[in-house]
Design a protein around this ligand. Structure first.
Ligand code: NAD
Length: 327
C-alpha cells in the first residue's frame, strides 16, 4: 500500500457495483485499480465511464494483481462463495455484498476460511450506518416503547424485481426474491438490535412457473425471549411499494417507513414523523478503510452475514409449515 492509498478491485459491475464505484470515486484514500465483470459490454462501459484500464472478465486475473489490497464482491449471491474463497487465497481484504452466500453451507465455508486469516472482512449491510435506524435503536434503548411486545416487517412491492434492479436472477427462485434481497437487511438489523432469532415458521407462495421467486410470504419468528417477529410480504400488487419495520411495546410504537422515514407514537397517539437528529456519522467505506489500516472500525463481518443467512434460509425453505429451531 503506497501513501496509505488502498487499491481496490471491483468484481461485479451491476446496479449495486456501480453505486459503490461512485462512492469509491469520491475518496482520495482509495483507488479503483481494476474491475471485473463477465459481461464484456458492461465491463467496457464501466471502464470507459470511469477511465479504468485494468479490466477483466475472469476474476482470478484481477485477484492475481499484486497491487490490489482489497476487493469488493458485487456479483449475484450464488457466485459469492467461489470468488470470496479465491480472494482469501489471494490474500485480499474483502467487502462482500449481502446476503453472504446462497446457502448456510456456503456461508459457513466462507466464515471458516476467513477466520483462519487476519484479513478484514465486511458485509454491505448499509442499514447499520443509516441515521434513521440508529435513532430507532436509540429510542428503543431509551425505553420509549416500554417493554417490547412485537416486531413487524411489511414488504409490499408493486413490482418485483423493482424497476431499478431488473436482473433475471432477482426474479428467480434460485438466488432471488425479496425475502433474500430485502428481508436479509432487516433480519441482520433485528438480530443486532433485539438479539438472536431462535425459531422460524414460514409460508411462501410461488407463481406457477417453477423458475420464479416467491410472490408472498407470511412468517413468524421468535426472539430468544419469545417475542414474535411477523413478516408480511406481497409482490406484484396495486399501490406503491410499502416497506415498514415496526417495534410495538407496552408504552409506544416506533416505525421505519420506506427505509428512512422514522415515526413514533406513545399509547393513544397518532404516529408522527420524527426529524432525524441522531446518528454516529460512520459510513461503511470509511470504516472499511480504517480496518485495513488496523484501526478500530464499525464493521458487520462475515459472522454477521452467516447469522443472518441461517435465518434467511429457514424463511426460504419452510418445513411443513412447522417451527424450525435455529442453532
Ligand atoms: N447492499 C445492498 O443494499 C444491495 C442492494 C442491491 C443488491 N445487492 C447485492 O449486490 C449483488 C449484486 O446485485 P446487483 O443488483 O448489482 O446485480 P446485477 O445483476 O445488476 O449485477 C451483477 C453483475 O455481476 C456480473 N457477474 C455475474 N457473475 C459474475 C462473475 N462470476 N464474475 C464477474 N462478474 C459477474 C454480472 O454480469 C452483472 O454485471 C447481489 O449479491 C445483491 O444481493 C445489495
Amino acid at each position: 500500500m503506497e501513501n496509505n492509498v488502498i487499491h481496490i478491485g471491483i468484481i461485479g459491475l451491476g446496479a449495486i457495483g456501480e453505486r459503490l464505484m461512485n462512492l469509491f470515486q469520491t475518496r482520495e484514500d482509495i483507488v479503483v485499480s481494476a474491475i471485473c465483470d463477465t459481461s464484456k459490454a458492461r465491463l467496457q462501459e464501466v471502464a470507459e465511464t470511469f477511465t479504468i484500464t485494468n479490466k477483466f472478465t475472469n476474476y482470478q486475473d484481477l485477484l492475481d494483481r499484486t497491487e490490489i489490497d482489497a476487493v469488493y464482491v458485487a456479483v449475484p449471491p450464488k457466485f459469492h462463495e467461489a470468488i470470496v474463497l479465491a480472494a482469501i487465497s489471494a490474500g485480499k481484504h474483502i467487502l462482500c455484498e449481502k446476503p453472504l452466500a446462497n446457502s448456510v453451507e456456503e456461508a459457513e465455508r466462507m466464515v471458516d476460511a476467513i477466520t483462519k486469516t487476519n484479513l478484514v472482512h465486511a458485509m454491505h449491510f448499509p442499514l447499520n450506518y443509516q441515521a434513521s435506524l440508529q435513532q430507532f435503536e436509540q429510542l428503543f434503548k431509551d425505553g420509549y416503547i416500554g417493554e417490547l411486545r412485537r416486531i413487524n416487517l411489511k414488504m409490499h412491492f408493486s413490482h418485483w424485481p423493482r424497476l431499478w434492479q431488473q436482473s433475471d436472477w432477482v426474479a428467480g427462485r434460485e438466488q432471488g426474491g425479496y425475502v433474500l434481497e430485502v428481508g436479509v437487511h432487516w433480519i441482520q438489523a433485528i438480530q443486532r438490535i433485539f438479539g438472536k432469532i431462535t425459531e422460524v415458521r414460514s409460508q411462501l407462495h410461488f407463481p406457477e412457473d417453477p423458475s420464479l421467486c416467491e410472490n408472498a410470504i407470511i412468517a413468524e419468528m421468535k426472539l430468544e425471549n419469545g417475542t414474535s417477529v411477523l413478516i408480511d410480504g406481497l409482490s406484484n400488487i396495486g399501490g406503491e411499494e410499502q416497506l415498514e419495520f415496526a417495534a410495538y411495546g407496552t408504552d409506544g410504537t416506533i416505525m421505519l417507513r420506506n427505509w428512512r422515514q422514522l415515526l413514533a407514537a406513545k399509547s393513544g397517539e397518532a404516529l408522527q414523523e420524527l426529524e432525524i437528529s441522531f446518528g454516529n456519522g460512520n459510513n461503511l467505506i470509511s470504516e472499511f478503510v480504517k480496518a485495513i489500516h488496523g484501526e478500530k472500525a464499525e464493521l458487520y463481518d462475515f459472522q454477521n452475514g452467516y447469522d443472518a443467512q441461517v435465518v434467511l434460509e429457514a424463511l426460504r425453505h419452510p418445513i411443513n409449515n412447522d417451527w424450525q429451531k435455529l442453532n
